[in-house]
Write a protein that binds this ligand. Structure first.
Ligand SMILES: Nc1ncnc2c1ncn2[C@@H]1O[C@H](COP(=O)(O)OP(=O)(O)OP(=O)(O)O)[C@@H](O)[C@H]1O
Ligand SMILES: [Mg+2]
Length: 228
């Protein structure tokens, strides 16, 4: 069974007296272990689609199953629990908690999952080492570079053992070299752990790392390409 099954998703947003079509009849499947990049120009619907997959927003119509769950029949409490247990998010602006250290930022979601304190810190340190930040667990976000903060965000997303990692323009605030390193890190984790990634980006380095490339245009899937 596919990890993601999206069938005929439609989404419009109010815009003045009319509505803008953000998703127009979008259907696709993603297999467990894939590394998917959603490309397409600004306004093509990438973020809207990620928000549906992460249960942050609902389509107006269609069917959507992620990790065996029917996202559209679930209530808000179930959707929050789905996010906590199944989805690791990585955002463009890192979205770390400023007053917490790197280690505490990673451990926080494990606390929400009810993991015991020692295990939380051990898991956080192991993931910080995995993303190349060994020994930096005590730093706060303002004591780290943008690339390092985004690595903390990747560690935070992976530490919770998600079924799926969703990333929205994860390299957009980074320089070309740092962005390239970050995407290669994500791809390496994907290959090593088999974690499924869906990443929205128009960065050529990210597109280059895709195993499956989905190009969107005007709310529709224009093209899908598989690398292997
Ligand atoms: N909350 C909202 N209210 C109104 N319109 C919205 C909202 N969110 C998105 N839209 C519109 O839906 C369309 C798709 O937007 P979306 O943010 O998904 O595009 P995108 O591909 O992520 O673009 P970008 O590359 O700039 O991030 C756009 O026309 C946008 O203006
Ligand atoms: Mg976007």
């Amino acid at each position: 069974m596919a990890l993601i099954h999206a069938h005929r998703l439609c989404k419009t947003y109010p815009s003045g007296s009319t509505r803008v079509v953000a998703l127009d009849d979008v259907s696709f499947d993603v297999e467990q272990g894939d590394f998917v990049v959603l490309a397409g120009r600004s306004g093509s619907g990438k973020t809207t689609l990620l928000n549906m997959l992460g249960a942050l927003d609902r389509p107006d119509s269609g069917a959507l199953r992620v990790a065996g769950m029917d996202l559209l029949s679930m209530g808000e409490a179930e959707r929050a629990s789905f996010r906590l247990w199944h989805i690791g998010f990585v955002f463009q602006a890192y979205n770390l908690i400023r007053v917490l250290t790197a280690r505490e930022n990673v451990a926080y979601v494990l606390q929400l999952q009810g993991k015991p304190s020692r295990q939380r810190l051990q898991t956080a340190d192991a993931w910080l080492a995995e993303v190349g930040l060994e020994g930096m667990g005590d730093r706060r976000p303002d004591q780290m570079s943008g690339g390092q903060q985004q690595r903390v965000a990747v560690a935070r997303a992976l530490a919770m053992s998600p079924s799926l990692v969703l990333a929205d323009e994860p390299t957009a605030n980074l320089d070309t070299h740092t962005g390239g390193e970050l995407i290669r890190l994500m791809r390496r984790i994907n290959e090593r752990n088999g974690t499924t990634f869906v990443i929205a980006s128009h960065d050529p380095a990210v597109i280059d790392a895709a195993r499956t490339l989905i190009v969107m245009r005007d709310g529709r899937i224009e093209q899908t390409a598989c690398r292997d």
